[in-house]
Design a binder for this molecule. Structure first.
Ligand SMILES: [Zn+2]
Length: 277
């Protein structure tokens, strides 16, 4: 079974001008009990964002025994490319999503579909009392309600998220709503959504549409087999008319993926003191 080959991925962490190289995730991301004891949460605004932006990271995590969980925020209803697709596009993309993640090694049980309307996330920012038909946990609805619920349920050590720099509104809103929900999830508010997290997870931004605002500090390099697998996972979204262009870009870049890793940026004004002394 090729899925468990050793060293299918090579990792580089930039620390200033120093390039630290690793051939396993435990070297790249040392933790007390090892990454196999961790939960990683990959959040995509749309079904194809994770495999395009962080597919190698997800595959590497699955192979390392991490408990990998995925949340897809929108239902893809605006992603039709033909008139025939329009009434069926949500079901079509649901099937394509399961097929794509299966290629990356992830079973359907690890994927949560929030079902918020594609291209309309602005209407679901924040948290409010649920009305009939609204998605709900604890009688409330909205992105912050859903994210806080799932963060406290899954309790991830690391969260992969569309980069802050992406200007697609669904990506931007997913970023801001998830980040403030991490803040909420570590606090005492909204007790009906679960027990507060002990610590904020580490954040990994993955760019899809625009260049990173802060340059990435991690590179993942895949071997030929993993590269082909990721290409197939993108091709699984065959209903998407623009997929050929995405594939061409991935093939032109080669088997590389970039992430901006950072801790949750709690405001710590003490760091600015020396600038004003
Ligand atoms: Zn997207």
């Amino acid at each position: 079974m090729t899925l468990h080959r050793k060293n299918a991925f090579q990792f580089t962490r930039l620390v200033g001008d120093v390039k630290e190289r690793f051939d396993n995730l435990d070297g790249l991301m040392p933790s007390p009990a090892g990454v196999a004891a961790e939960t990683w949460l990959f959040v995509g605004a749309h079904d194809d964002d994770v495999c395009i932006g962080a597919g190698f990271s997800l595959m590497a995590a699955v192979q390392a025994g991490v408990d990998v969980q995925v949340i897809i925020v929108t239902d893809g209803r605006m992603g039709y490319c033909t008139a025939e697709q329009e009434p069926h596009i949500v079901d079509i993309r649901h099937r394509e999503t399961l097929a794509s993640f299966a290629i990356l090694g992830l079973p359907a049980e690890a994927i949560t579909f929030l079902g918020y309307p594609d291209n309309d996330l602005a209407a679901w920012q924040g948290r409010r009392k649920a009305r009939a038909q609204d998605p709900t946990h604890g009688g409330y609805t909205g992105l912050q309600n859903s994210f806080t619920w799932h963060l406290r349920r899954l309790r991830p050590h690391r969260v992969f998220i569309p980069a802050e720099s992406d200007t697609h509104p669904d990506h931007k809103i997913t970023y801001t709503e998830l980040m403030i929900s991490i803040f909420h999830a570590t606090g005492a508010i909204w007790p009906e959504l679960g027990l507060p997290l002990d610590d904020a997870p580490m954040i990994y931004e993955a760019a899809i549409y625009e260049n990173f605002r802060t340059p990435p500090n991690l590179e993942v390099r895949a071997d030929a087999d993993a590269f082909q697998r990721r290409l197939q996972s993108v091709l699984a979204y065959e209903s998407q008319g623009q997929i050929a262009g995405v594939i061409a870009e991935i093939e032109a870049l080669g088997p590389y993926e970039y992430l901006y890793e950072h801790a949750f940026p709690h405001y710590a004004p003490g760091q600015y003191r020396k600038m004003f002394e």
